[in-house]
Ligand binder design. Sequence first.
Ligand code: ACO
Length: 402
Amino acid sequence: GIELGKLLAQTGYITYDPGFVNTGSTSSAITYIDGDQGVLRYRGYPIEQLAQHSNFLEVSYLLIYGELPTAAQLEDFTTRINRHTLLHEDLKRFFDGFPRDAHPMPVLSSAVSALSTFYQDSLNPFDEPNVELSTIRLLAKVPTLAAYAYKKSIGQPFLYPDNSLGLVENFLRMTFGLPAEPYEIDPDVAKALDLLFILHADHEQNCSTSTVRLVGSSEANLFASISAGIMALFGPLHGGANSAVLEMLDGIKADGGDVNDFVNRVKNREKGVRLMGFGHRVYKNYDPRAKIIKKTADDILTKIGGGDELLDIAKALEERALSDDYFVERKLYPNVDFYTGLIYRALGFPTKYFTVLFALGRLPGWIAHWREMIQDPQTKIGRPRQIYTGEKQRDYKPVTER
Ligand code: ACO
């Protein structure tokens, strides 16, 4: 494939493939997807097994280093992450520059971008010990940054990390805890969030991961590349879909709860009306992550309540769409984000914050891809071609003659 590509480039032919529907941009050994069969595997391990038996830190290790860790490796990995959860005090002040009602995604992206200024040892992407250090710094500090972005938005004081806690528990405490009050972690909440992070941890060459690789292909450092990936995830057709699903369900509820009305608006192709949380570029069968999440949504909403009515609307919407030729013919099934928003809401997160949770989950996948890309001798700077459709050559006219 690579040799054929080189040959075609020499002949001047260009592959025109908007959206890269059929273009392989790289080879990769990280994640396998079979979109027709609904299969997803990280480093060969089925997502169902990882969801049932593993945890987010272990999955992060697996994605980044290629193997499940031994007990000693996992302990060392956890200890190293725990040592880096604190932010530089000056970085905290960074948050004061943003308006209080700012969306947390650009805030998070800016803060991750700023890590390059605080850790200038990170600038050489080929310095392996520093790439390792940047990896640990990101895994440790992004949850702290995300929690601070939340605290800033609600005007509460920041909480320092408590490194006696696990990564997810620490994040929950920094997000929902208060300085003077003990914060009791609900193990069901921590388990649900950990599971959602596992399910989001990687998904091969999606929009944000491709962005991380593209930025990294210019030899920009890890922090810069991840910061760009966070911004690609911000869009409603990608990570922003989890917030958009909840807004859609709220809208259906406000309009009287009739899913038929809404489905008809989608089918009539009303401008800007899509069935959010449905459809996927690669899955043309049920998204295996959505299957796992649907069950979790049922369990968690029964246990801690909140949003039951929206869950009923979501189920009715799914049932209605899956029995309609319009969606069947186009192979549109629920994707990972159809049910996640309901869980995040039940866990106490505001809608605007859902995409940040996706970013926390996707972080190890982005890091794994950036590292794979930087070590791959086949990597070249990403530089797509185009089909020019503009004017042929014209002569300049002074402004008085136009
Ligand atoms: N609602 C209604 N119709 C849809 C939807 C949808 N959610 N998704 C696709 N379609 C239709 C398109 O209109 C098109 O129909 P047509 O051929 O008659 O014009 C057909 O299905 C094919 O759709 P494309 O847009 O070509 O599919 P593409 O692969 O480019 O898009 C995407 C995939 C962006 C995910 C799309 O399905 C979508 O917009 N979904 C809603 C947003 C969403 O849930 N995003 C999350 C994706 S998963 C993730 O990031 C975790």
